[in-house]
Design a protein around this ligand. Structure first.
Ligand code: NAP
Length: 678
């Protein structure tokens, strides 16, 4: 096939670099399959276009509109996935590897979109935590909020997951309202370029929301401001160079890094050679070595077993690795494809040579291999390499040097404390895994090691079938890690969106804060006249709309009837002497659930109307006991609302139940589903 010339997508135009084309070779055949350059691109114009055109257009949309837009991107990528699979094998990846990248990438967008719609309001401001009442009389309060940053996100990605690596960051930034400039790693940029074309062709992205650089980033770093975010995935050396760029330092540009990681895997001391955890451990280490030819930031680089199990683990791992067929990823039966390039293979070979100073190769050969349907000279193939190091405390390189290929080192530990210290010797990783059936071992590992690892996967016979494994970052869980792993965090449900937003502490009167956040705050204006709040459909109900009910006196008969009816005859309601002996109660008191039921009886408007369902209570607290003879009443105020679909939306009501002395008896938030009128 003739080499395709990749194009940058800058200021809404597809443009080739003017000169200096770089050849990109197939990992499998060594042929040049693409050429790329970004020479001649006006990077300042790209930055300005993102900030001045893309950002404002995105921020006009609500959080939910942006989340639906991201869902549309995921749908298009799913529909046109075969166009990406057609390029996948050139990266050295098997179809199974490609699934993680291509369909896993789209699934990450779907998930991020759904999380945002579930957890965020359909507006522009996200509340962070509860309001803080600071002053005695309530006129001076605080509320933390997130709003969109006003710059752009520069996403610099590694070569190993050209689609997923882009999408895991892209979804969060776009939903946050921040336009993105993507810069993929050159080696696999043709696959990323294809994915960007598919997304641009959907037409759902506003102009300037997404731009692409296929080549160097020129002087782009010179134009970064305090409103921009650089999110980097790659090697520690490149991360260090970029995060110490003078403009990044001077403007405190937010810099998120995901980099090399010496991820560990531990077989718990409770495991025996015939326990299921031993087999699961062996399977996981072998899988992590061979999926994507070990070019995974989360791959297991250090595998620890109790000292007396070293020989058994080595034998079992070697037997398993021997079954790995390496070769052309398109050929039948091939389990492991190629590394991304011949130069990457050289890099891995030299790293293994260095590691061999402290460990010996017990499986595989860094040079010899006869790949299926391919040549070892022109394709970047390599056998899985298992190293064994019996003296992990005298082997600093094993804990510090990442061979980014199908390479792992097996090591012994003495006891659990030793295992914890050895895991932490990697000085920060993305993920560690533990194979144990003992909750006590889990506790010791978590207390000893969690602060060194971004994720800990604990796998055993009970969850193995459903487990997603050691190496898979999930959209709903954070991906990132301290120290050597870069100190960054991505994904994690809605957490990954907030990386592109600024948290600000607002202070003011409840009315000002309610106005700014479009959320009613205690102490803000309440409108009590007009129709009953349950007569309003979703679009018409407004924040602060309030109902004050009449009172209802609680009788001893009510309490007895409720106890008999529900079966709840707890002594505090039924036994005067026992209730009096309880420090919380003055004597027999009403059931909390009776109060809730009576409260509902006071505030509902019974006739059919726009309220379709009551679907729950949040933050319920019973604050003052209610004795027979007390009179309760209710204040119900519309607090915030969130559209759920074209037919209905959720209204959140603030509810206060008070007694005859205006003391708070109960507070909670009531959730109703209200119809949208068409
Ligand atoms: P890399 O060489 O550090 O490159 C990473 C990215 O930085 C590429 O897009 C590269 O572009 C770009 N880059 C390099 N120099 C630059 C500069 N001066 N200005 C702007 N951009 C620049 O890493 P890689 O070889 O692609 O990936 C392998 C490494 O990434 C491994 O160490 C692996 O552990 C790590 N990784 C980490 C994670 C994670 O989540 N923690 C995930 C995947 C990979 P060019 O390709 O054009 O040079």
């Amino acid at each position: 096939m003739s080499a395709m010339i990749l194009e940058n997508f800058a200021t809404q135009k597809w443009v080739k670099g003017q000169d200096g084309l770089v050849d990109i070779k197939s990992a499998v055949t060594g042929e040049t399959i693409a050429q790329t350059s970004s020479n001649g691109i006006n990077f300042k114009a790209m930055a300005d276009y993102a900030r001045d055109v893309g950002g404002p257009a995105l921020r006009k949309m609500t959080l939910h509109e942006r989340a639906f837009m991201v869902k549309d991107l995921a749908l298009a990528l799913t529909e046109r996935k075969e166009e990406m699979y057609a390029l996948n094998a050139h990266t050295g990846a098997t179809r199974r590897d490609g699934w993680v990248d291509i369909e896993g990438g789209a699934m990450t967008l779907f998930s991020t979109s759904s999380q945002a719609r579930r957890h965020f309001p359909d507006g522009h401001v996200i509340l962070d935590g509860a309001p803080e009442q600071i002053s005695k009389h309530g006129s001076w309060m605080g509320q933390h909020v997130y709003t969109s940053m006003k710059g752009f996100a520069l996403h610099i990605n590694a070569y190993n997951f050209p689609v997923w690596g882009m999408l895991e960051k892209l979804g969060g930034a776009l939903i946050a309202g921040v336009p993105v400039i993507v810069k993929p790693a050159t080696a696999t940029s043709y696959l990323c370029e294809k994915a960007v074309r598919i997304m641009i062709e959907t037409g759902v992205l506003p102009d300037g929301a997404l731009q692409l650089i296929v080549g160097r980033t020129g002087d782009l770093f010179e134009h970064l401001t305090c409103q921009d975010v650089v999110s980097f995935t790659g090697s520690a050396s490149t991360a260090t160079m970029l995060r110490t760029h003078p403009v990044v330092i001077q403007n405190s540009v937010r810099f998120v890094a995901e980099q090399d990681s010496l991820n560990a895997c531990v077989l718990g001391p409770d495991a025996k050679q015939d326990s299921p955890e031993f087999e699961l451990f062996i399977k996981e280490v072998a899988t992590e070595m061979t999926v994507k030819a070990g070019q995974k930031c989360t791959a297991i680089r250090r595998a620890f077993v109790p000292k007396h199990m070293m020989d058994a683990a080595q034998a079992a791992l070697s037997a398993r690795l021997a079954k790995t067929t390496v070769g052309n990823p398109d050929s039948d039966g091939v389990r492991m494809g190629a590394l991304v390039s011949l130069s990457q293979r050289e890099d891995v070979r030299s790293k293994v040579t260095e590691l061999s100073e402290h460990a010996k190769i017990v499986f595989g050969d860094i040079n010899a291999l006869d790949p299926v349907d391919a040549s070892n000279e022109s394709g970047a193939f390599m056998s899985p390499i298992l190293l064994r190091c019996d003296t992990p405390w005298n082997a600093p390189k094993v804990h510090a040097l990442e061979a980014f290929g199908p390479v792992s080192t097996l090591m012994p530990y003495d006891d659990l404390e030793d295992a914890v210290r050895l895991c932490n010797e990697g000085l920060g990783s993305l993920v560690m895994s533990l194979f144990t059936h003992s909750p006590d071992v889990a506790r010791d590992i978590v207390l000893g090691s969690a602060s060194f690892h971004g994720r800990i996967a604990m796998i055993n016979r009970d969850n193995a079938k459903e487990s997603t494994g050691h190496g898979s970052p999930l959209p709903v869980l954070v991906h990132g890690g301290p120290g050597r792993a870069g100190g960054g965090e991505e994904l994690g449900g809605v957490r990954g969106i907030k990386h592109y937003m600024q948290r600000t502490a607002l202070q003011g009167t409840p009315d000002l804060i309610a106005g700014a956040t479009q959320t009613w705050m205690k102490g803000a204006a309440q409108v009590t006249d007009g129709a009953h709040p349950f007569r309003f459909n979703f679009d018409d109900i407004f924040m602060g709309k309030t109902l004050l009910t009449k009172g209802r006196t609680i009788l001893l008969d009510d309490i007895e009837h409720f106890a008999e009816f529900t079966g709840d005859s707890f002594y505090a309601h039924m036994d005067q002497a026992a209730a009096e002996a309880n420090p919380f109660f003055p004597g027999r008191v009403a059931h909390g659930y009776l109060l809730l039921s009576f409260a509902a009886g006071l505030f509902v408007d019974p006739a059919p109307g726009p309220v379709l369902a009551n679907y729950g209570l949040d933050n319920l607290r019973f604050l003052t006991p209610v004795s027979p003879g007390d009179t309760i009443k209710v204040k119900l105020t519309a607090k915030t609302k969130k559209k759920r679909n074209p037919e209905y939306g959720e209204v959140r009501w603030d509810v206060e139940v008070t007694n005859q002395d205006e003391e708070l008896v109960a507070t909670y938030e009531l959730l109703t589903m209200n119809a949208i009128e068409h």
